[in-house]
Design a protein around this ligand. Structure first.
Ligand code: C5P
Length: 229
């Protein structure tokens, strides 16, 4: 039996990956893996259970036994994330949780503990996988691999507008600094550093509307799927 096709979308935070993945999953009617949410959940669980962020074995143990559920949003509502039966969607997406995620994500044992869970998302009719190492580690045989980038300034400005529209008070310079710090940690870690796979297509979204990126990727996906069928 042929395996379900997988499209990987990797790149730094704020590059437009999340939006692009949701647009693709909706258009194709495929499953969506938000792998960043898994690292965020491990970070949150560690904080709640007061596990030290230096204790690789304990963090991996947490990651291996996550009671997590993703619920699709109904009628255009955003999807929700549940941990131990509690809706943690808002906490999962906060800036501070992103910071916790990038701290637990440096550990090999944590990454190993999340591998099977991520691969289990690859089911018919197909999967859109959003992350940092989807194309380089988790789904190396993906039908199409995209690496989406944008300048740090543009990514900070997008995040700024998003937070302001939610009524949060934020400082653009501080956001930019946080983004640069997280990029630095993600790109320079020893295990699964953020980088494009050799067979990935790199797309720069700095000055391109997300709809244009979406159309470009959809065209690639259509031709790759036709070729392999
Ligand atoms: O994509 P998101 O911002 O939710 O990811 C949060 C953090 O989780 C990233 O900064 C990165 O450190 C980590 N991550 C990772 N590998 C993935 C997805 C996320 O290391 N596949």
């Amino acid at each position: 039996m042929a395996l379900s096709p997988v499209i990987t979308i990797d790149g730094p935070s704020g590059s437009g990956k999340g939006t692009l993945c949701q647009m693709l999953a909706r258009e194709l009617g495929w499953h969506l893996l938000d792998s960043g949410a898994l690292y965020r959940i491990v970070g949150l669980a560690a904080q709640k259970q007061q596990v030290s962020f230096d204790d690789e074995a304990a963090l991996a143990e947490l990651a291996a036994h996550l009671d997590v559920e993703f619920r699709a949003g109904i009628e255009g509502e955003p999807s929700t994330v549940w941990l131990d039966g509690e809706d943690i969607s808002d906490q999962v997406r906060s800036e501070s949780t992103g910071e916790l995620a990038s701290k637990v994500a440096v550990f090999n044992a944590v990454r190993e503990a999340l591998k099977d869970l991520q691969r289990d998302f690859a089911k018919a009719p197909g999967l859109i996988a959003d992350g940092r190492d989807m194309g380089t580690v988790i789904f190396t045989d993906a039908a199409v691999k995209i690496f989406l980038i944008a300048s740090a300034e543009e990514r900070a400005s997008r995040r700024y507008k998003q937070l302001i529209s939610k009524g949060e008070s934020v400082n653009l310079a501080a956001l930019l600094k946080d983004i640069q710090k997280r990029d630095e940690r993600d790109m320079n870690r020893a295990v699964a550093p953020l980088r494009p796979a050799d067979d990935a297509v790199v797309i720069d979204s700095t000055a391109v509307a997300i709809e244009d990126v979406f159309n470009q990727v959809l065209a690639r996906v259509s031709s790759a799927l036709e070729l392999s069928s």
